[in-house]
Design a protein around this ligand. Structure first.
Ligand SMILES: NC(=O)c1ccc[n+]([C@@H]2O[C@H](COP(=O)([O-])OP(=O)(O)OC[C@H]3O[C@@H](n4cnc5c(N)ncnc54)[C@H](OP(=O)(O)O)[C@@H]3O)[C@@H](O)[C@H]2O)c1
Length: 277
């Protein structure tokens, strides 16, 4: 298997996370093992799944089939929306571990805050217990807005290691990223390619692709890396899986990074975290 030198970001508890990961949202359960094995072949060592993706078994199958040492692979899963609450969260992770065939994950995330339900603080206290029991090497959140992060800071003892949020050039999340930076929270970008369609045909991105001799997707992923984001592109197309990992041999100029950030227009492709669920 190839060895792409994917840099690691050090999380606030000292754990290293590869800055490029492989997302498996919407990969069919029976195609997941094959897709993850393709990603391992291409050099990825970080896989992002969730209880809600219904494909944790396939991720586990690929890990076993890969023959890679467990310590070389970084696995993230997420708590499903209907499992908020202390006891529910503890048992939900146990079930995920069973599906994955693992005794711990590297990162466990609260998938959505569901603020109307008002249980994410209680859920976070279960996550603290999960971390202290060694069932997750790091714990974090996903789709949390600043007020949700502030509540965790006021009412609990642990700062999330990661906040995984929708983030791409249309939605650069400048304010939230600045909050993360001030508080030692790593920013992880979901839908980093804005789902791969229109953004990759944008005039600026296509122009930069010609300038650097890289593909539009590689330009966008490089923008993420240079902003310090962790990016987890998904693809079931082997050539794209490899293309998305071939981003460590060039660098965008600071001006080009800034011009991509100027594409920001507030356009969300996923749900609004304040209302979802
Ligand atoms: N925490 C959350 O709430 C949340 C929400 C959404 C996603 N996520 C995570 O983020 C990951 C990625 O997000 P995403 O799947 O929504 O979006 P994405 O990675 O931005 O885009 C995936 C789409 O882009 C296409 N694509 C991939 N590489 C390409 C390339 N090099 N050139 C052209 N098209 C390309 C893929 O097509 P093919 O597959 O057909 O090649 C797929 O349709 C997910 O898999 C999941 O792990 C998390």
């Amino acid at each position: 298997m190839s060895h792409v030198p994917v840099p690691k970001i050090r999380l606030n508890n000292g754990v290293g996370i590869p800055q490029l990961g492989f997302g498996v949202f919407q990969i069919e359960p029976d195609r997941t093992a094959e897709a993850v094995l393709t990603a391992f072949e291409a050099g990825y060592r970080h896989i992002d799944t969730a209880q809600g993706y219904n494909n944790e078994e396939g991720v586990g199958e690929a890990i076993r089939a890969s023959g890679l040492p467990r310590g070389e692979i970084f696995v993230t899963t997420k708590l499903a929306n209907d499992r908020h609450g202390y006891d529910q969260a503890i048992s939900a992770l146990d079930e995920s571990l069973q599906r994955l065939g693992l005794d711990h994950v590297d990162l466990y995330l609260i998938h959505w805050p569901r603020p109307a339900q008002n249980r994410y603080v209680e859920t976070w206290k279960a996550f603290e217990k999960i971390a202290s029991d060694g069932k997750a090497r790091a714990i974090g959140v996903s789709n949390f807005q600043i007020p949700h992060l502030k509540r965790l800071a006021e009412e609990t003892a642990t700062v999330p290691a990661v906040n995984q949020i929708e983030l791409h050039p249309w939605l650069p999340q400048t304010e939230l990223r600045a909050y993360h930076q001030r508080h030692g929270i790593a920013t992880e970008a979901w839908s980093p390619l804005a789902k791969g369609g229109e953004l990759l045909a944008d005039e600026l991105i296509v122009g930069l692709s010609e300038k650097y001799g890289k593909t539009p997707a590689q330009i966008v992923l490089r923008w993420h890396l240079q902003l310090g984001n962790i990016a987890i592109p998904k693809s079931v197309t082997p050539s794209r899986v490899r293309e998305n990992a071939d981003i460590f041999d060039f660098e965008l100029s600071d001006d080009d990074v800034a011009s991509i950030s100027e594409l920001g227009n507030g356009r969300r492709l996923g749900p609004d975290p304040d209302n979802f669920g």
